[in-house]
Design a protein. Structure first.
Length: 392
């Protein structure tokens, strides 16, 4: 008997480790180093999510919004308020609810371009007892002779667990983003934003270095000397540098007056045009990161963006262009996968009618269709995405 990673009985039993084709084990996102920075999943996650506030907020904003979208379960005949699939998603495992599970799944897709769901155990209805999101950096596809995956290998703690995909239903649901040059793994927004992330992180490091050095090169001390040569002896130079570091650098010494001895003169300095351009470069990099993820910069508080006339328009565009397409694609894949377990086809899709950000748009649509006298009630329900009435 085999057990899943969370202690439940797993559907796929471990088998002897062997390669199914000459291609062998494929490692997700194993791209080499580029001019800017490493683009492997670990480096991108540390630099673009853990260490970058713009990337972190983009991933959290999309994942949380998509996980909170109400879900509709229906088939060709009716819409269900109570269904085994809905009950499974309501509490997919002992440690997560529906929002937590889908937030983790959407987050993995945004970071790596790939999301993996594991079916653990088997209930009386044929559905899994539990669903678990597996980390993308630990999963690898084993391709068969025809190129299609025959197994998934999950590596953790020096051990590997093999999920056999030869039978039906599949123990793993793999949802991936479009990648033009990879047959097995998806392309994440984090990869597309890698250069902008590197620029933004470098600009933040540059700003931190300025703060450590009294915030800016506020001026220069010029030594003229009695003979006009302007050269300090080694002892004089070391003494002057030590006094400046001790008494005039750092936040605690901000605004402290400087006492200069004979022959020393203070020349104030300000930000140069290149310093100001550097700040604008950082803001441009932040907007590029938001663009790659599909988040209007206005929602992130990034200045200088006036694409949308007001916040509400940016919020609606965010849901229409980013959240709903992502939720629709993922829910469709999960529904098809669970239909194989259930033995009957069901459909899962987001319900935009219950999204508060789209309330104004929904009211206009309902009013427009409701006032169309040339349409029957059945045609109006079909246009609104509602199932037909029973007995109609």
């Amino acid at each position: 008997m085999a057990f899943g990673w969370f202690g439940r009985e797993a559907k796929a039993a471990p088998v002897e480790e062997r390669k199914a084709s000459a291609a062998g084990r494929i490692v997700a996102l194993a791209g080499g180093r580029v001019v800017w920075s490493a683009r492997d999943l670990g480096s991108l996650t540390r630099g673009g999510f853990v260490g970058n506030p713009v990337g972190f907020r983009c991933v959290k904003l999309i994942a949380e919004a998509a996980a909170a979208v109400p879900v509709v379960c229906e088939d060709r005949e009716r819409r269900y308020d109570v269904h085994p699939v809905l009950e499974l998603l309501r509490r997919p495992n002992a440690g997560q609810g529906r929002a937590e599970l889908f937030e983790a799944l959407f987050g993995q897709m945004l970071l790596s371009g790939n999301g993996y769901l594991e079916a653990a155990g088997l209930s009386g209805s044929g559905l899994p007892e539990e669903l678990h999101v597996l980390r993308s950096d630990r999963m690898a596809i084993v391709p068969g002779a025809d190129g299609w995956p025959v197994a998934y290998e999950y590596a953790v703690g020096g051990r590997k667990h093999r999920f056999d995909m030869a039978g039906s239903p599949d123990p793993i649901c793999h949802v991936k983003s479009f990648h033009p040059v990879d047959d097995h793994y998806g392309l994440s927004p984090m990869q597309a934003a890698a250069v902008a992330l590197d620029v933004h992180n470098s600009a933040s490091a540059w700003s931190k270095a300025l703060l450590d050095n009294a915030a800016r090169p506020s001026g220069a001390i010029v030594y003229k000397g009695g003979d006009g040569q302007g050269v300090l002896s080694p002892d004089q130079y070391d003494r002057l540098v030590g006094e400046i570091e001790m008494n005039h650098q750092g936040a605690r010494n901000a605004g402290r007056p400087m006492l200069l001895e004979g022959g020393l003169d203070w020349k104030p300095m300000g930000f140069s045009p290149s310093d100001m351009e550097f700040h604008e470069t950082k803001m441009a990099a932040a907007r590029e990161i938001a663009l790659a993820f599909g988040v209007p910069p206005m929602l992130l508080g990034i200045p200088g963006d006036a694409t949308y006339a007001k916040y509400a328009e940016a919020h609606r565009a965010f849901y229409r262009l980013t959240v709903l397409p992502l939720a629709t694609r993922v829910l469709a894949s999960v529904a098809w996968w669970l239909s194989e377990h259930l033995g009957a086809e069901v459909e899962l899709r987001p319900d935009p009618d219950r999204v508060p950000a789209l309330a104004e748009e929904r009211d206009q649509q309902w009013k427009r269709i409701g006032e169309a006298l040339f349409l029957t009630d059945a045609e109006k329900r079909a246009l609104l995405g509602l199932p037909p009435l029973e007995g109609a």
